[in-house]
Ligand binder design. Sequence first.
Ligand code: DON
Length: 309
Amino acid sequence: MADLQAIVDSVYYDLSDRIGEGKLADYIPELATVDPKQFGIALVTVDGQTHAAGDTETAFSIQSISKVFTLTLALGKIGDGLWKRVGREPSGNAFNSIVQLEQEKGKPRNPFINAGAIAVADVVLAGHLPKEAIGEIVQFIRHLADDESIAIDQNVARSETQTGYRNVALANFMKAFRNLDHPVEHVLGVYFHHCAIAMSCRQLAHAGLYLASAGRNPLNGGSVVSASRARRINALMLMCGHYDGSGDFAYRVGLPGKSGVGGGILATAPGKASIAVWSPGLNEVGNSQLGSAALELLAQRTGWSVFGQ
Ligand code: DON
């Protein structure tokens, strides 16, 4: 058995002179105020061991990583009915692109591009007021991470509410195609707030453990989803989790992963571990530059890959 702590330490050490690389997401003004010189790696194995290096206790804006959790909730509510509303194909486009949405009559390509996640938020909202739906999402993530301290960063939520013009456009477009049941402002309220949830690498790796462990949380034995659903969520992460960078991420890392513009990435090594990395600087397609590099090195050094050794 490889010494995982030594591998995590070596990945951190080998990349430490690159801390600060990449560009902050400044289209959400609050995210541009984050110190770019931060970098953390946390890994939780399916038997409950945590290995960490760097800034793994600092909470950051999980942004699009939250879409994995809202997808899990929406599938729990309406199961395969979700696929009438959202597709399961990689988009090959930017996360906030509107182009395909017109061609494909308001049905987003997948649940991880912004339009798809907005449709998922509409599903989670059914039967609730927006603040109840937001509460349900936060509560679900606290349960997964076994940590009641996880909360929304209200400054980030406000900042995105004030400047999220593209998301307003995407939501209105889907509403025009009758792919949103609720008022646009309510759906976006849910979406902006779940994107603004703040978590540390350690909390995030812990929350993602069900994806590495056949749908169960091995730390408390509880079942989160069925094994087949966990497998399918991982498939979507692999194909769509990095937007138009998904092919490159699969090629370099070979693990399902979901990125966020806060600079975090949650990755799954099925049967082995859940891994969260964070460094705020992004590459040209909006994924953490150092985080991607860290996962590439980690996958090489552990031999973990969904494609074999
Ligand atoms: O809607 C947005 O633009 C952000 N709340 C989330 C985008 C995001 O994290 C894309 N990921 N790399």
